[in-house]
Design a protein around this ligand. Structure first.
Ligand code: SF4
Length: 413
């Protein structure tokens, strides 16, 4: 078994834990933001319906800001107010509503999981964090803990980016916060701290603290309801670690939770010394040629051709202008040629290289790809017959384009 962590980094005094819970919950009751999923979870008497509402919000909030999520969440709940309604939706409808929210597999998996609950679990949600994680696709440890504590009152903790920041500061944890060793410790800590009678509120309070007070760059320590428990703040104010009764300092060498000896406490950073993360991998650069094919529709309004992406991989099942990945370093002349070849094979039209008009470049950053779209346009007069063996395609007006399941990157294009 691994050695227990040094006491500097633990909550071991029951009186302190009690005080921290009380202070945090009192602050949350007074200061929490009004958010639609919170209102629903607080007023909905049916636990499974509460769980559905929390689940949808948590999946949308992964990787996306609260302000962006609110509108999507409200539209989603209006369209599919229950798990049963969602189970009957088509993937196309889900993608259309999700369009612009990013990380599209989230919506797809949410709908798959809803179908599973309806067809395999008799419409009843699993009620513990362990079962939620085990039985529902796309539900990880964090989401399972959030649903179980907020909707079913299970006394189980949660660890997300906000909680990592708050706990690392409260206990001066400066080792790489994305390492499994640190993450395991933080889960243990979250499970030990969670309030037994109000677990859902406690977890939301800890996350809310990270989102509104203990923020990454300039935390508002003066307004913090748990400042008297914060060892990072103590260190900032007094220039040395908080004394822990009967325990020696662990700062010198060998502590698995202290900052590495090569990057010690930097007094100019104060509490933002914590948390620390290993350097992020740079996103890989990719270039794609994309062509906006335009024709006059039957009422004279312009129409554009969109095609559907494959059902797996990046932006699975979404629609886009015909596109072609480009090799790095290809000259403009060559780009144009490969794109014309591609369009010729695909439309059966004698697409002339000179007919392609270069419009410009659009850059879009996906989490792991720095993508440049080289955008061309090609007006067509007359109809094209597309090879039906290729990807599904359709002509759309500008309005229809915006209502389709297209990514933010394509809207930029
Ligand atoms: Fe975060 Fe400051 Fe509160 Fe500590 S005192 S938990 S650093 S806001």
């Amino acid at each position: 078994a691994p050695a227990p962590p040094p006491a500097q980094h633990l909550f071991s005094d029951p009186a302190e834990i009690e005080a921290l819970r009380g202070n945090l919950l009192a602050w949350y009751d007074k200061c929490k933001r009004d958010l639609p999923w919170r209102t629903l979870a607080a007023t909905e008497p049916d636990a499974d319906r509460r769980a559905y509402a929390v689940w949808v919000s948590e999946i949308m909030l992964q990787q996306t800001q609260v302000a962006t999520v609110i509108d999507y969440y409200n539209r989603w709940m209006q369209k599919w107010p229950t798990l049963q309604a969602l189970a009957q939706a088509s993937l196309e409808e889900v993608n259309e509503l999700w369009a612009g929210l990013g990380y599209y597999s989230r919506g797809k998996r949410l709908q798959e999981a809803a179908r599973k609950v309806v067809s395999e679990l008799a419409g009843r949600m699993p009620r513990t964090a362990e079962d939620l994680q085990k039985l529902l696709p796309g539900v990880g440890r964090y989401t399972a803990g959030a649903i179980a504590s907020i909707s079913y009152g299970q006394a189980t903790g949660v660890v997300d980016g906000n909680v990592i920041r708050v706990l690392c500061r409260l206990r001066c944890i400066g080792a790489d916060s994305s390492s499994p060793a640190v993450i395991d410790r933080l889960w243990d800590m979250a499970n030990a701290l969670v309030d037994r009678s109000r677990p859902g509120d406690f977890n939301q309070a800890l996350m809310e603290l990270g989102a509104t007070v203990c923020v990454p760059k300039a935390p508002l320590c003066g307004e913090c309801p748990v400042k008297q428990h914060c060892r990072a703040r103590h260190r900032k104010l007094f220039g040395k670690p908080a004394p822990v009764p009967d325990v020696e300092d662990c700062g010198v060498g060998g502590c698995p939770l202290c900052p590495p000896a090569t990057e010690p406490w930097d007094s100019s950073l104060g509490v933002t010394n914590f948390p620390r993360k290993a350097a992020k991998k740079q996103p890989r650069a990719a270039r794609t040629a994309t062509c906006v094919l335009e024709r006059r529709g039957c009422h004279g309004a312009p129409e554009y051709l969109i095609v559907q992406r494959p059902s797996s991989g990046l932006l699975a099942g979404l629609w886009e202008f015909p596109s072609l990945p480009l090799a790095q370093g290809l000259q403009e002349e060559k780009q144009r040629e490969v794109l014309a070849d591609h369009l010729r094979a695909w439309t059966g039209w004698p697409v002339a290289v000179g007919g392609l008009r270069l419009i410009g470049e659009v850059i879009h950053i996906f989490s792991h790809i720095h993508q440049t779209y080289v955008v061309y346009s090609l007006p067509l007069d007359g109809d094209v017959t597309l090879d039906p063996a290729l990807s599904p395609s359709r002509w759309v007006t500008e309005e229809e384009f915006h209502a389709s399941a297209v990514s933010t990157a394509m809207k930029k294009v």
